[in-house]
Design a protein around this ligand. Structure first.
Ligand SMILES: [Zn+2]
Length: 165
């Protein structure tokens, strides 16, 4: 008799899986877990995730981290990558935005309905430290493909800007 796997508990467990590049934020808050399917016959879990930025080389580690975290439920875990509904930064939860802000990364502006607008065009950047919009985009290529480096002309601090997509 296979153990019964509770879907709620699986979602809860996934909230403890951090995004590899932004450890303050879980894969749930990032909005990348699309679907959890449980097959009670075989005690298996199938998770669908969607990649964030095409350039973010984190998919393998996300898949591995999800499998590790869910091992207590079953050893039969499949993590599929789906492109059906592309991820965009509007899918970040309110909590994720707050956490980004608290680690000094300006959250991406809301983009509306899933269109990719060229990076940071026409959106004044807001400094996560002082809230000023007197900011300069310094380097589109930040520490990861997801982030850019900006500089605040008001409080004279560099900050990271999460790129909207
Ligand atoms: Zn500032």
């Amino acid at each position: 008799m296979p153990a019964i796997i509770d879907e709620e508990q699986v979602w809860e467990a996934l909230k403890e899986v951090p995004d590899p590049e932004l450890p303050a934020i879980s894969v749930i808050d990032m909005g990348i877990v699309r679907r959890v399917q449980i097959d009670p016959q075989t005690s298996s879990i199938v998770i669908d995730i969607t990649p964030t930025f095409a350039g973010c080389p984190a998919l393998d580690s996300i898949q591995a981290a999800i499998k590790t975290r869910l091992r207590e439920f079953t050893s039969q875990i499949t993590v599929n990558v789906t492109m059906q509904q592309p991820w965009n930064t509007d899918m970040l939860s309110a909590e994720a935005r707050q956490k980004l802000h608290s680690v000094g990364i300006a959250p991406p502006p809301m983009m509306g309905h899933g269109r990719a607008i060229p990076l940071l065009m026409g959106h004044p950047l807001t400094c996560p430290y002082c809230g000023s919009q007197q900011t300069t985009l310094e380097n589109v290529f930040g520490p990861t493909p997801c982030r850019a480096i900006a500089y605040c002309d008001s409080c004279h601090q560099p900050f990271e800007q999460f790129k909207p997509v």
